[in-house]
Design a protein around this ligand. Sequence first.
Ligand SMILES: [Ca+2]
Ligand SMILES: [Ca+2]
Length: 245
Amino acid sequence: MNGSLPPDTKQLKTCVMFDEFEISNNSGEVAILARNALVKLENGLISNNLGIGLHSDAANQIVLENTTITGHPQQAILNDGGSEINLIHSTIVKNGSDDSTVGGIHDVHGVEFPGGQISQNDFVKLTNTIVADNGPGFFANDIRSATSLGGNIIGEATIFSESNSDLTGVILDLGKLQDLGGFAHAYQLPLEFVDLADNQTCLKADSRGMSRPLDGDQDGISQCDAGSIEMTSSDIIFANSFEKN
Ligand SMILES: [Ca+2]
Ligand SMILES: [Ca+2]
């Protein structure tokens, strides 16, 4: 579907599943607009469309697995209307350069009260997912309102319930999309971020079909990687364009 969608929006109704897909370089305000739908997106890429990557509104239930959303001038994901989004082993980077409210994932639900009490912020759930290097955003660069189920790599977030197994405040540059052998291009993970995700919630394979978990850092222990790619020892790169806070 690369470049072949209508110029405005792609509307999904009822139950939709995309496996091994790419939606890139479209000129509409929204690449995927979901309303009242069950949607599963797996092993794919949504990239460099003109506005928002995925706009979910009106009681959707959406699951993303092994999917990368990148290169959108507005939000990667805008979630509204009581919709629920479950992101598993997905990579949300380099979105929101154009004065967004949030560059990565903007869930409009959830309110932070004085004293730190937070209202319902579990409409968006994150497992072994990367949300970093987005923004700048008015509320936060990467996430407004989400709940972690563990194993995530997160940049800047607000109204966010994190897990002990998350890395937060991470400054991360994954470089450029590359052909790593799957249906769509994806990002490699720098060595320092390999083998840090949660094996208990690890998917059985990555976006290109490589089995998880692998011992990417060669320490003798196989542990899965956050994001859509499970790094093999042969495609480990020693990137030095990142640092952790
Ligand atoms: Ca290891
Ligand atoms: Ca690994």
